[in-house]
Design a protein around this ligand. Sequence first.
Ligand SMILES: Cc1ncc(COP(=O)(O)O)c(C=O)c1O
Length: 384
Amino acid sequence: MTETPPPRRARAEIDLGALRANVRTLRARVAPHVRIMAVVKADAYGHGAVRCARAALGAGADWLGTATPHEALALRAAGITDVPVMCWLWTPGDPWDRGIEAGLDMSVSGMWALREVVAATEATGKRARIQLKADTGLGRNGCQPADWPELVAQALKAQARGLVKVTGLWSHFACADEPHHPSIAAQLDVFRSMLQYAEKAGVEPEVRHIANSPATLTLAEAHFDMVRPGIAMYGVSPSQGLGTSAELGLRPVMSLKASVALVKHVPAGHGVSYGHHYVTEGETTLGLVPLGYADGVPRHASGRGPVLVGGRVRTVAGRVAMDQFVVDLGGDTPEPGAEAVLFGSGERGEPTAEDWAVAADTIAYEIVTRIGARVPRVYPGNGD
Ligand SMILES: Cc1ncc(COP(=O)(O)O)c(C=O)c1O
């Protein structure tokens, strides 16, 4: 039997060379003793977790980070066994035992989690590596300052019994993408005092960390022993306020491309796509792009999303549908099968994920991360 060839319809090209360059750029931004945790949660923000993890490690990252334990276990199952992997989003009943067996660094934000991990150590007979997470002001996961003394005391008790090792103390910023936001200094103050408390009580962490991409790029005093960049590694700016990826010296890693499925002439006054929110002004040509919101193209960018076709940037005409949308080609007649580039590095005149974020009134994180499973990721030329 012959294998089904990859679909011509659309593809997300992943430039691992760019990812490696971004890791080296980030490495140059931090002091030599500061370790880099490459954040590869959510399938490496849609770029392919295992490929990106290997590329990041090859370029100088020291740790890997995921949200869920299942994401972390998948890295181990893929053969990444010789570097520390941390995961931080645990839900009651999650597989702590498998995390222990896999040598994961498991985040603990509250007493329920400590109880579950301790029970799992008793079941497996092995010591767990845990990192205590402090809520220094984000108000999301993490232990409140008022509850910190109890969490620290109970974790140290379990450590004294040989059940766990507290390998890290950590937190996460709320507004690091808005430099000088008053919450940044406030969170750093709370983090320092929660660190001091835990260390005085007897915790000897291997790593203390709080910095995501924006803090890695802008705030050396937040680097501590390790930084945890995600979006910057994928070559995307964390926020418009920090500048474009090019201004930050980062190279976008993902290019989203499709093959134009149909080109046709239509008369003036022709409605386009559901709801007829776009009506042709004059006689023109339309190009059908076979990607839609099921592929992660935001419906919110209807009438606004930019697409490079035939050497010119066009705009989505009318609504983005589930599987397809249309661009007005203004009389141009590229061949069916011509390349439509929704976003890429910007170096060849194509839009960037940041441009799509503006068009869809969202953040570029969401643009790259939501590209659907129906779009194959391809790794041209530069493998890993
Ligand atoms: C706990 C934690 N650390 C680090 C990151 C990486 O953040 P960024 O992609 O802004 O670098 C994330 C992502 O949201 C996160 O949840």
